[in-house]
Design a protein around this ligand. Structure first.
Ligand code: GDP
Length: 423
């Protein structure tokens, strides 16, 4: 059985916690897109971790964790992340796709220089090299893992590759050029380091499906950051949709039977772009301070996240594009301080109310239409069954469920693994 856990919104919905929790019954957990720009926060018996590249199944000894072919694979980031989790006593099994594409240090430099060049027109990139990486991948000039093991042709390839990279370095950004022979030496080291883990992970997964194993596909970011369907151009450079998991993991699409879309009980976003139900000033600061497990600050960058009321229009769209079969709502406990809650149920544009998500320029102009609901105004952490939630909290969940049109099967009322209420 293959299950995908994906984001219904702008990312940071709490997918890491839900993946770690669902991993209890899984045999394999797979990352299928994105790179070390993710920040999945997990709190369990080993401590608090912000995983960037490693799948969230690493805390379960018998699980195979797969870095799929669709991932922007930064070996340097993997090395430091592995050192960090190993130091905390975590031991895990890892498999790396022989077709995964390598994110190299110059991608990070180009990402950083480009944001500097764009100045006030910047994208709000995490500067992890993701956009230059995927540009190279689709321009077919990048390097897949298997290419590391043919040194002569690798050296030749790097020579031509860096001739082009250095034109940008020198003439566009006025920065030092890169010596391809130094990159070659680094790649030889990388090749040796990852060798024990490299395999045909698509075959591994297809065989596992035949054997009836449980596979979790772990998404990064959310629908609204999808390259095609998100708030373009303020999106990420890979598809964040469950549909893409088939490509990024190398399995048949019809094998994905269950798609859990994760959404927060309010909205949060990082980076630039339109955000219709965004809050500002003191109201935003209060929610930001109380959000997540340590406030709404990026797990990767530490930058303050933008926050707002729950956006049912965006989430309905987010769930529809994911093909969600069920929804998990996280961070319900965060809203306990509010006496009155607001849910954005429509976008007003030029005197008309829209129930469907819009394209970017219209989103910038749209004003939120809110439905007011009564808050529960009491601490709900520690409550261990859905039935025991205050009536107002249940009413909030049921209202949201009706708006987004997908069953909310799980509600998270705290950041810890066990803080989950099933419906
Ligand atoms: P991801 O990238 O989707 O895994 O999300 P992040 O880890 O970046 O952000 C989610 C934040 O919410 C983290 O700080 C989590 O520890 C936290 N979190 C997850 N579920 C809950 C919850 O139910 N309540 C609270 N208060 N925090 C939660």
């Amino acid at each position: 059985m293959v299950k995908a856990i994906v984001g219904a919104n702008w990312g940071d919905e709490g997918k890491g916690k839900i993946t770690d929790m669902c991993a209890e019954n899984a045999d394999i957990v797979v990352r299928f897109q994105g790179g070390a720009n993710a920040g999945h926060t997990i709190i369990n018996e080993y401590g608090r971790f912000a995983l960037h590249l490693l799948p969230s199944g690493i805390f379960h000894k018998n699980i195979i964790n797969v870095i799929g072919n669709g991932v922007a694979f930064d070996v340097n980031a993997l090395k430091s992340e592995m050192a960090e989790v190993n130091a905390a006593g975590v031991e895990f099994k890892l498999a790396i796709s022989d077709r995964a594409q390598l994110l190299l240090q110059h991608h990070i430099l180009l990402d950083t220089y480009e944001e500097e060049r764009l100045a006030d027109k910047k994208f709000g990139s995490t500067k992890s090299g993701i956009a230059p990486f995927y540009s190279d991948k689709y321009a077919k000039v990048g390097i897949q893992v298997w290419q590391l093991y043919d040194e002569e042709s690798l050296k030749e390839k790097l020579k031509g590759y860096y001739e082009k990279v250095n034109i940008s370095m020198k003439y566009l950004y006025n920065k030092p050029e890169i010596n391809y022979l130094e990159v070659f030496e680094t790649l030889k080291e990388y090749a040796a380091f990852i060798k024990p883990f490299v395999t045909d992970t698509s075959k591994l997964l297809r065989d596992a499906i035949k054997d009836g194993k449980n596979i979790l596909l772990e998404g990064q970011l959310g629908t609204l950051k999808d390259t095609d369907h998100g708030i373009y151009p303020y999106v990420t450079s890979s598809s964040t949709l469950a549909g893409y998991a088939a490509v990024g993991a190398g399995i048949p699409p019809y094998e994905i039977k269950d798609i859990i879309a994760v959404t927060k009980a309010y909205s949060s976003a990082v980076g630039e772009g339109p955000f219709v139900s965004e809050l500002f000033g003191d109201e935003a600061e209060e929610l930001r301070k109380r959000g997540g497990d340590k406030g709404e600050y990026g797990a990767k960058t530490g930058r303050p996240r933008r926050v707002g009321y729950f956006d049912a229009v965006a989430t309905r769209y987010g769930c529809a594009l994911q093909g969600a079969t069920e929804v998990c709502m996280t961070c319900l406990d965060v809203l306990s301080y509010l006496e009155t809650l607001y849910v954005c149920t429509g976008y007003e544009l030029d005197g008309k109310v829209y129930k469907d998500f819009l394209t970017t320029a219209d989103l910038y102009k749209a004003k939120p239409v809110y439905t007011e609901l009564k808050g529960w105004h009491t601490d709900i952490r520690g409550i261990d069954s859905y039935d025991k939630l205050p009536a107002e909290a249940k009413a909030y969940i049921e209202f949201v469920e009706k708006e987004i049109g997908v069953h909310i099967s799980m509600v998270s009322n705290g950041p810890k693994r066990e803080e989950i209420l099933y419906r």
